[in-house]
Design a binder for this molecule. Structure first.
Ligand SMILES: C[S@@+](CC[C@H](N)C(=O)[O-])C[C@H]1O[C@@H](n2cnc3c(N)ncnc32)[C@H](O)[C@@H]1O
Length: 204
């Protein structure tokens, strides 16, 4: 499997280590559906967890599964869980594609906010959004499910446009129910004055 994330080190502190090693109740076994009657939202790549954790508190009527391979961000999300004990949070430390291979249920919503852009042409295969990934998502969301993708990368916007034009599984719509706070990458995009594009997709 080609890696879609960079090996972002970020010094792992002793506190991070403690939460990475903890057998926290929020850690999800992908083979077991979370016990919830709320719609399931999968957040792919929540990064440093700062805005993601706010989203969880604001959107209590949704059950979030956060997926992130980046250890420091993941440790922060576990730390947040241990402090707040939100009932609507589950976490998976790894690659979303690996997670989707293991789950036998469907999500109502999938969010991908500011995916790693991999701007160089030679790195195009590392971009998470691809025709193949859309096929996987199509199988893992409900019939009325929605996907939200946000990016400020001009190159990624062009890439998404091409990928969407070449597929027949999803159509673009406007509304996505779940609110989000400004994330670290969102803030950087605003500071740089980048145009931020949002794509909401539902099954055709
Ligand atoms: C540019 S950051 C954006 C983080 C956050 N969503 C935000 O808005 O600040 C992209 C994140 O996606 C994660 N990522 C990349 N590929 C992934 C994959 N295959 N599965 C899950 N997360 C992935 C990276 O580790 C990284 O933290």
């Amino acid at each position: 499997m080609i890696k879609t994330f960079s090996s972002r080190a970020g010094r792992i502190s002793s506190t991070n280590k403690k939460f990475l090693n903890l057998k926290s109740a929020c850690l999800i076994n992908p083979e077991v559906r979370p016990k919830t009657t709320c719609p399931i939202v999968i957040d792919i790549g929540f990064g440093d967890a700062q805005s993601f954790t706010q989203d969880i508190l604001i959107n209590k009527e949704y059950c979030f599964i956060g997926i992130e391979p980046y250890k420091k961000g993941f440790a922060r999300a576990v730390e947040f869980y241990e402090q707040e004990r939100p009932e609507n949070l589950f976490l998976y430390n790894g690659d979303a594609r690996e997670f989707f291979e293991l789950i036998g249920y469907k999500a109502s919503f999938i969010r991908i906010h500011f995916p790693d852009p991999w701007p160089k042409k030679k790195h195009i295969k590392r971009r998470l959004i691809s025709p193949n990934f859309l096929q996987i998502l199509e199988q893992k969301i409900t019939n009325t499910g929605k996907i939200e993708i946000i990016t400020d990368s001009k190159i990624y916007q062009e890439h998404i446009k091409t990928v969407l034009n070449e597929q027949k599984l999803f159509k673009k719509i406007d509304s996505f129910e779940i609110s989000y706070e400004v994330s670290t990458f969102h803030k950087k995009a605003l500071e740089k004055g980048h145009e931020i594009k949002r794509y909401v997709l539902t099954k055709v």
